[in-house]
Design a binder for this molecule. Structure first.
Ligand SMILES: [Zn+2]
Length: 233
């Protein structure tokens, strides 16, 4: 029962970030107007706004015009639910909640980067803000933590300088934000694993488009590595 509630809460937040991604892209407010069908403009009824459940009941189509609803929203809701389950599997209570929120913001950044090749500063600030709180309460700031942070930042900026723009500031802030949620001994694992995953994605993409020139978004790889390390401990 508790697990269903945890999953539902995560799914609601997944639904929220999915709407946020679409709306801020169009310069729309997240609160107004109410959700509407992108094809026929009909306002979506409140009872059709239940994450995951509504999509299944409506078979992925608008109640009025029967046009297809993006499956991406559905997927984001499931991912949100799963991330909350992961968090509440590892920890409990307030700690699980704060980590869960960090994971949702991380998902938002990874998906935005994947979808639009863009990282919003405000998302990173929120990730870092919650992360500082989390670290202060549960992990603490050690000298070793700052040492790794400093070395990583310098190496990152050096690679960025040499590669002339292959990496963005957003990627750096995303790394630093996620560092806050991990134990100090896990930081190098996050860096190495994310680079491995990124390399695999880059190879798959270059095979797909038959060119070595395609750019890939790094945040999804960083986030995937982060989730792996949380699960494996
Ligand atoms: Zn419609």
């Amino acid at each position: 029962m508790v697990k269903i509630l945890v999953f539902a809460l995560g799914a609601c937040l997944g639904s929220f970030i999915s709407a946020l991604m679409a709306r801020r892209r169009l310069g729309m407010s997240i609160i107004k107007p109410n959700s509407f069908c992108e094809s026929c403009g009909q306002r979506i009824r409140t009872y059709d706004l239940i994450p995951i459940v509504s999509f299944i009941i409506l078979k992925g189509r608008c109640r009025f015009c029967k046009s297809k609803i993006s499956y991406k929203t559905f997927l984001t809701e499931i991912l949100g639910g799963l991330l909350f389950l992961i968090s509440f599997n590892i920890y409990e209570g307030f700690r699980a909640l704060v980590l869960g929120l960090g994971l949702i913001i991380g998902l938002l950044i990874a998906l935005t980067d994947h979808e639009y090749m863009e990282i919003y500063d405000i998302d990173c600030y929120i990730l870092i803000g919650i992360g500082v709180l989390y670290r202060l309460i549960y992990l603490g700031f050690s000298f070793r933590f700052f040492k790794i942070l400093l070395i990583f930042t310098l190496v990152f900026l050096l690679i960025r300088f040499l590669s002339k723009g292959g990496l963005g500031d957003g990627d750096l802030f995303f790394y630093l934000g996620l560092f806050l949620y991990l134990e100090t001994r896990q930081l190098t694992s996050l860096i190495l694993l994310s680079l491995w995953i990124g390399a695999i994605f880059a190879i798959i993409k270059s095979i797909k488009i038959r060119s070595l020139k395609g750019e890939i978004a790094l945040c999804p790889s960083i986030f995937l590595a982060f989730v792996f390390i949380l699960i494996l401990g």
